[in-house]
Design a protein around this ligand. Structure first.
Ligand code: UDP
Length: 413
């Protein structure tokens, strides 16, 4: 097999898609592109960057990935920001905001040279947003990429953050309803998964059997799985409730698998709540996984009958995409990016309550033909819309659009 990523993707998405990527990348050859986020492990942004950097490199750009460094109070502050931007009403204490700004200043000292030199800088999410103002000698274009569900942010916090975001050359959002009024061009780009990654590639039967064994799951009874950081917006307690309601009617096992992210200080507390709720129930498997457990997660998604993502807020939900790629119908919260992927009654079901989720679990497990049909449609939807090749094509197009400014057409030949 070839070592070139592009050749491998070509087998999945076809020659035309790869040719158009090469064509779009040509005028950007040698462009220095820096991505900056807040963690190398855990969560969707890290997942995407791990896969996107090598692909951009193969396309002839010069990409790099930096991570903002901070301490306890900084992550406490940015977690509050995350929670309030996703709708919680809470005043972030001034000393924490001060720490946020100071941490960005310290990081600017470390990264300024590289950032000011870059042709494009993609700043992901609120954590490093103030860096633009701290790099006055910047020569490239700066883009703020928002991954979270800001459909109804707590206004005082958004207003505070907006001061840092407004001066960017452009911003990217996952969904139209997240986009906030700003004086620069706003782009909509959905995230993606990589079909070649350990998380998503096919696994052998033997490897799947090992996942069964290691997880102490019974291969003869249906399995439902939710993979998520232990975060309240992912509603793990609602999942347990749905499981218990459905189990009264169908035999069932539940896996709640997740690890922490280095930038998420609330994970342990939520995990304890989940463990307490599951205590003594032998059919609920709460698994705390290390950050590199990609093949295990892949296996759990593959051995499941149905995947749940019962979030109450969700920027996009890569876990939904991952499950759908594996031909699983997803029962997901009717929020944010989940609605881009779960087309109600076609690729899965959208739900608003544990009762609703339980009803759909029961329906799918007693209508196997529907379950399989939805799984097939789910896979097709991801193939056509949510693979990394589409994602990179849109990033390249955006970079060209920003470079060429007011030109109405971008000529590639
Ligand atoms: N993930 C993981 N280990 C975990 C929990 C999640 O590798 O313990 C991965 C998951 O497979 C997905 C990403 O982290 O690729 C989570 O992305 P998503 O968009 O679903 O949610 P986020 O964590 O960004 O809110």
């Amino acid at each position: 097999m070839t070592d070139l990523l592009l050749d491998q993707y070509q087998e999945i998405v076809g020659e035309d898609v790869i040719n158009s990527l090469r064509q779009l990348a040509e005028p950007l050859s040698g462009a220095k592109v820096v991505h900056l986020n807040s963690t190398r492990e855990g969560g969707g942004v890290a997942e995407i960057l791990h896969r996107m950097i090598p692909l951009k490199e193969e396309l002839g750009l010069e990409p790099s990935w930096e991570v903002i460094k901070g301490e306890g109070e900084f992550y406490q502050c940015t977690k509050y920001m995350h929670n309030t931007l996703q709708g919680n009403r809470f005043e972030i204490p001034q000393p924490l905001l001060k720490k946020y700004e100071e941490t960005n200043e310290e990081n600017a000292e470390r990264l300024r040279g590289q950032l000011e030199e870059a042709d494009f800088v993609f700043i992901h999410d609120p954590q490093p947003a103030p860096l633009l103002n701290l790099c006055p000698g910047r020569r490239g274009k700066w883009i703020w990429r928002c991954h979270i569900d800001v459909s109804r942010p707590y206004r005082p916090v958004w207003k505070y953050l907006r001061n840092f975001v407004e001066p960017y050359d452009a911003s990217i959002w996952s969904l139209a309803e997240f986009a906030q009024p700003l004086h620069h061009p706003l782009y909509l780009i959905a995230p993606s998964i990589d079909p070649l990654s350990d998380k998503n590639q096919e696994l052998s039967k033997k490897e799947l059997q090992e996942v069964f064994k290691r997880s102490k799951l019974d291969p003869d009874r249906p399995i439902i799985v939710q993979v998520s950081r232990f975060d309240r917006f992912k509603d793990p307690l609602g999942v347990i409730q749905a499981f218990r309601l459905a189990r009264q009617f169908v035999p069932l096992q539940l896996v709640l698998a997740g690890g922490g992210a280095t930038d998420d200080p609330e994970g342990e507390e939520v995990l304890s709540e989940v463990q307490a709720a599951a205590m003594g129930d032998l059919d609920i498997h709460v698994m705390l996984l290390p950050s590199d457990a990609h093949r295990t997660i892949n296996g759990l998604q593959r051995i499941s009958d149905i995947v749940l993502q019962k979030s109450t807020k969700e920027g996009f939900g890569l876990t939904v995409t991952e499950a759908m790629w594996k031909g699983k119908p997803v029962i997901g919260g009717e929020v944010g990016g989940i609605r881009l992927q779960v087309h109600n009654h076609h690729t899965g079901f959208l739900v608003n309550t544990p009762e609703g989720a339980a009803l759909r679990i029961r329906y799918l497990l007693t209508h196997r033909d529907k379950l399989e049909e939805m799984g097939r449609k789910a896979h097709q939807l991801v193939l056509e819309n949510f693979l990394i090749t589409r994602h990179v094509r849109e990033y390249l197009t955006l970079m060209l659009a920003i470079l060429r400014g007011t030109e109405e057409r971008i000529e590639l030949v």
